[in-house]
Ligand binder design. Structure first.
Ligand code: ZN
Length: 207
């Protein structure tokens, strides 16, 4: 959906921050999201404020090239990660970064996510890459994440979480949910098949 100015963008970031919280994709002040306004500016979630309490005025406008920002509140500490995506991906107008539960399992295992549902695969691709590790908030994290993301709609960030992007915030939010559910489904399937005796109701073991 085409954005009707900065005000609408601010409202959307507040709305989608709450949606991420409601759907369990973020917890508390973790994770962050942004929208591209134009070639020079993006608006991002502020640092350290609970998604339930963020207002449109709290959203921070940041220069994509210099990372300078306007206003009293600090932008998310991962602003360079968001700016990096906009700088190399002209097709992307919204970015979401989460520490969502199932993607974090892949992140901890340094394992790419194989998407298995053909319909979901059509939407988000066959493999969600895993990045090399980079310390949070550093240029190394941005570099490694961009490499893993490449031209895809998302990637897993080693020992950290996931990042996804879309043509607008609606698109990015949908992709975020699809990647997390693909990760959940991958784990659930193997749990049932490979852990006979642990998760088998017929087993005589205790628990
Ligand atoms: Zn993070």
């Amino acid at each position: 959906m085409l954005l009707n100015g900065e005000k609408e963008g601010r409202n959307k970031l507040v709305e989608y921050g709450k949606k991420l919280l409601e759907t369990g994709l973020v917890q508390g002040t973790w994770g962050n999201l942004s929208i591209r306004l134009d070639d020079q500016y993006m608006i991002v979630s502020p640092s350290g404020i609970d998604y339930e309490r963020i207002t449109p005025e709290d959203i921070v406008k940041v220069d994509i090239n210099t990372l300078e920002f306007e206003g009293a509140l600090k932008p998310t500490s991962e602003k360079s990660l968001h700016a990096g995506v906009y700088a190399v991906r002209p097709d992307v107008n919204a970015v979401i970064h989460t520490h969502s539960k199932y993607c974090s399992i892949f992140a901890a295992c340094h394992m790419p996510l194989q998407v298995e549902d053909p319909e979901v695969m059509e939407r988000i691709g066959e493999i969600i890459n895993i990045s090399e590790y980079g310390f949070p908030g550093t240029s190394q994290l941005t570099e490694h994440t961009l490499k893993a993301l490449s031209s895809a709609c998302g990637c897993i960030m080693a020992n950290h979480g996931m990042l996804c992007c879309g043509t607008d915030i609606e698109d990015a939010f949908e992709i975020c949910g699809l990647i997390e559910r693909a990760a959940e489904s991958y784990i659930d399937k193997r749990w049932d098949v490979n852990h006979d005796g642990i998760n088998n109701p017929g087993s005589t073991g205790q628990g």
